[in-house]
Design a binder for this molecule. Structure first.
Ligand code: B16
Ligand code: MG
Length: 212
């Protein structure tokens, strides 16, 4: 087999929390009097919370101190986590679960490589709390995608070389991060448009055809 491990982005690949991110950023932007819409929200895909805040604040008239930025990010995150409480195993598509099970049955190691500091909470909510062999996320990284750190750590946690890992991503920043880590990538959703991935998936189960 060409690969020994698959590293999955979480948000936009395993499940979708886009709507909740949007609602939480929108509430913060409204309170600050900053214009925010779905298009701006799309630019936040895959990048860290503080890097996202900088994009949200591009249209802010004043300036926020470092402490005020921290407080604004915390405010957004508290709203976001409140919304995440609505998630349940019903938010995990059967196709995703079946594909993961089929990959595991082929002997592949499965890891998460997510920018989110809420990754473990989201996985618990959708019933995958103990499913993955390893998790690399925003709690063990300091640099945001497109930096390769989150995927390099995931491969290290799995004990695998980059050449035998395949990254699955929905964000252009994530595909760039995989390339920078020396890993092949499979793009799904928004990431397909960047044209930089090794494979493009129309649906999640197409992954079974990429791993050999
Ligand atoms: P948090 P992923 C990313 O998750 C999201 O796509 C991105 O919109 C978010 O800003 C980032 O996590 C940080 O999330 O505020 O929960 O730490 O796609 O890398 O799984
Ligand atoms: Mg994503």
């Amino acid at each position: 087999m060409k690969y020994q491990g698959i590293i999955f982005d979480l948000d936009g690949v395993i499940c979708s929390t886009d709507r909740y991110h949007y609602l939480a950023w929108k509430a913060l932007a409204d309170r600050l009097g900053v214009y925010f819409d779905e298009q701006i929200n799309n630019r936040l895909r895959g990048i860290s919370r503080m890097a996202s805040l900088d994009i949200v604040l591009e249209r802010y008239d004043g300036t926020l101190s470092a402490a005020e930025k921290e407080a604004a990010a915390t405010e957004k995150n508290e709203l976001y986590r409140e919304l995440l409480r609505q998630m349940s195993p019903a938010d995990l598509a059967p196709e995703v679960r079946q594909t993961l099970d089929a990959l595991r049955a082929r002997g592949l190691l499965l890891a998460i490589g997510s920018s989110s500091k809420n990754a473990k909470f989201i996985l618990q909510q959708i019933g995958l709390g103990d499913y993955f062999d390893k998790i690399s996320d925003g709690t063990n990284t300091t640099r945001s995608k497109p930096d390769p750190e989150v995927f390099q750590k995931a491969a290290q946690f799995l004990g695998l070389a980059p050449e035998v890992c395949l990254v699955v991503e929905d964000a252009a920043a994530g595909i760039e991060a995989a390339r920078a880590a020396g890993m092949d990538s499979a793009a799904i959703g928004d990431a397909v448009n960047c044209g930089l991935a090794t494979y493009t998936l129309t649906r999640f189960s197409d992954l079974l055809g990429c791993v050999g």
